[in-house]
Design a protein around this ligand. Structure first.
Ligand code: ARG
Length: 588
């Protein structure tokens, strides 16, 4: 379906042409004075010079030919030459009728659907998820869903940190504690046990312990380097224990991401591209891109137009070890060979900006990607506490993601059981659903690059620009629809009809902006645009609701029209929260 503003602009263009002016002057926008009109056109102002005529006269000519328009109920020329517009109810009704019967409410398929890999989440094996991982997961998941909804082919890849020094440290610590484990007996040739010799809690405790020791004790550090080497070069027992760590850690990660309603298509990690590195490095040397610098192997990536220094991209350390860079480059190579994406989008903390600049430049220069392959990095800001500093636990520690989620669920549970009867089971389930909306909407409603303050009280409020407010609106609609059905009404058969009040028309106008809002969020990779859209939509709905008799309406046909409007509003809201990655309960 065409966008509503395009349809209105087309009508306005016809008006300009019929009045003897250039059609392209007829560009219509949403009114910035909603008290005066619904839409506006400033084309007469722009045309004044060209036609050497007062803008008001041009506007009057155009207004005159549009008096009988099927789109406009009002076209008025006002000084100094604006065209103030109101649209006909019948025009809007026809539009939302078509929305209701079209797939995805008339959102058009992209002219050129793209194949996109989204690299998000990025957790590290054997380390707990903390709040820093929340944003990547929440934003990446939403962008994946928005792009998919808009008709692109999207593959979400978690890109696990599963290969580097941290793993070596954990294995070292395990060996210190349980040196007799069969994994460390290099003469052993039998099968290794199925059960892991540790729990997730032990794993998570081992990494910080080992990391601390290696900083304080040079010998420990040397042992850890050796263990890392054994693991990476494939010494059987070390590789087998690494696999156990992966298994236990991934099971725990899956549980956590499940709770966040975040799902990855690919659970690939740094380790998966390990074997591609030697050939990739060889080719970079052979083609003259990589050269030695102070013992290390680097690719220069600075460009003449640089205003700040962009250091070379390091491919191998002086001891020959691969780096974070190297795995990212090899991952790009792997994706190009096996997935053939048109675009790769990465979501990480803002602080990795220079890093990705280097990696992307290196990938282009060394021709790992095609000239037309788009590499996009989106850096997000920090989630801060009320003190404006990175969010911490009450005692100043790093906040684990599951703790934050649990605290939000507890707060939501308290709120919904405060003055209402609800079984514990239902309340617990509902609290979880609403808590997710609070966390995700609180994050997504901000432009990704900005820092934001995690404010439990504000995020969990049922009023204002929050997830719970959106859900509350949806639940309100669902409860009216349920009552209508109880009274024998047929919801699906209810037909949309012309609006009869100003608030109802405002709601319909907001609905008609759906495709433009969604397309824009997709084009700009900006979930906050979906949030802004549904916040306006929820506000428009609630104003209409407070001013309108719905179930008490006596005229059955009119009542059915209102019900149909509710259905469409619910469906649009639910489609939007689905792309944001959360859902609404039946009651709350
Ligand atoms: N594992 C990394 C970290 O915790 C994030 C990975 C981001 N993605 C990437 N392709 N480098 O910092």
């Amino acid at each position: 379906m065409k966008k509503i503003l395009d349809l209105i602009s087309e009508e306005m263009q016809k008006g300009f042409e019929q009045a003897g002016y250039a059609g392209e002057l007829g560009r219509v926008t949403l009114s910035n004075r909603p008290d005066l009109c619904e839409y506006q056109c400033n084309g007469a102002m722009a045309g004044a010079k060209q036609y050497k005529k007062a803008p008001l006269l041009i506007a009057q000519d155009v207004a005159a030919v549009l008096q009988e328009s099927e789109v406009f109920s009002e076209v008025s020329a006002v000084a100094p030459g604006f065209l103030n517009l109101k649209v006909r109810e019948s025009f809007l009704t026809a539009y939302i009728k078509e929305m209701r019967s079209s797939e995805k409410f008339g959102l058009e398929e992209p002219k050129e659907p793209k194949k996109v890999v989204i690299d998000y989440g990025g957790p590290n094996i054997a380390k707990p998820l903390h709040v820093g991982h929340l944003r990547s997961a929440v934003i990446g998941e939403s962008v994946k869903r928005i792009l998919r909804y808009c008709g692109h082919e999207v593959i979400g890849d978690i890109h696990l940190g599963d290969w580097g020094q941290p793993l070596g440290l954990v294995i070292t610590e395990l060996r210190e504690r349980q040196p007799d484990l069969v994994y460390f007996d290099e003469t052993y040739t039998g099968e290794y046990p199925k059960e892991a010799p540790f729990t997730i809690a032990e794993l998570e405790e081992m990494y910080p312990t080992a990391s601390k020791k290696s900083k304080e004790d040079a010998e420990y550090k040397a042992r850890a380097m050796e263990v890392t080497f054994k693991m990476q070069s494939g010494v059987r027992g070390y590789r087998a224990v690494w696999e156990q760590i992966l298994k236990v850690s991934i099971a725990d990660l899956k549980k956590n991401y499940d709770r966040l309603n975040v799902e990855f298509d690919l659970w690939k990690g740094e380790s998966d591209v390990h074997e591609l590195i030697p050939d990739m490095v060889e080719a970079m040397k052979r083609d003259g891109y990589a050269h030695e610098s102070e013992g290390a192997l680097v690719v220069d990536v600075k460009e003449e137009s640089d205003v700040k220094e962009v250091p070379p991209c390091m491919i191998l350390k002086s001891d020959g070890a691969a780096l974070y860079n190297t795995t990212d480059l090899a991952t790009i190579l792997d994706r190009m060979n096996n997935i053939h994406p048109d675009e790769m989008i990465y979501f990480t903390d803002k602080r990795q900006e220079l890093y990705f600049e280097q990696v992307f430049r290196c990938a282009r220069k060394t021709k790992l990607v095609k000239p037309e392959t788009e590499l996009i990095w989106i850096g997000f800001g920090t989630m801060n506490g009320k003190d404006g500093k990175p969010f911490k636990t009450r005692d100043g520690g790093v906040m684990r993601l599951e703790m934050l989620l649990q605290e939000t669920i507890d707060e939501m549970y308290r709120k919904i059981t405060e003055n209402r009867e609800m079984s514990h089971e239902e309340a617990a389930q509902t609290a979880q659903t609403i808590a997710l909306s609070a966390l995700k909407y609180g994050d997504l409603s901000n432009q990704a690059s900005k820092d934001y303050i995690f404010d439990m009280e504000r995020f969990t409020s049922f009023e204002g620009d929050t997830g719970p407010y959106i859900l509350y609106t949806i639940v309100r609609i669902k409860s009216i629809l349920a009552k209508y059905a109880e009274q024998g009404g047929k919801i699906e058969a209810a037909a949309l009809s012309d609006t009869e009040s100003e608030s109802e028309k405002a709601l319909v106008m907001q609905l008609t902006a759906f495709n433009a809002a969604m397309e824009n969020a997709c084009a700009e990779i900006a979930p906050h645009k979906v949030c802004a859209y549904i916040y306006d939509l929820a506000n428009a709905f609630n104003r209409f609701y407070h001013e309108t008799k719905i179930l008490a309406e006596e005229n059955e046909e009119r009542k059915a029209g209102l019900i149909a409007l509710l259905v469409l509003t619910r469906d649009v809201l639910e489609a939007c929260i689905d792309v944001l990655g959360f859902s609404a309960p039946e009651r709350m």
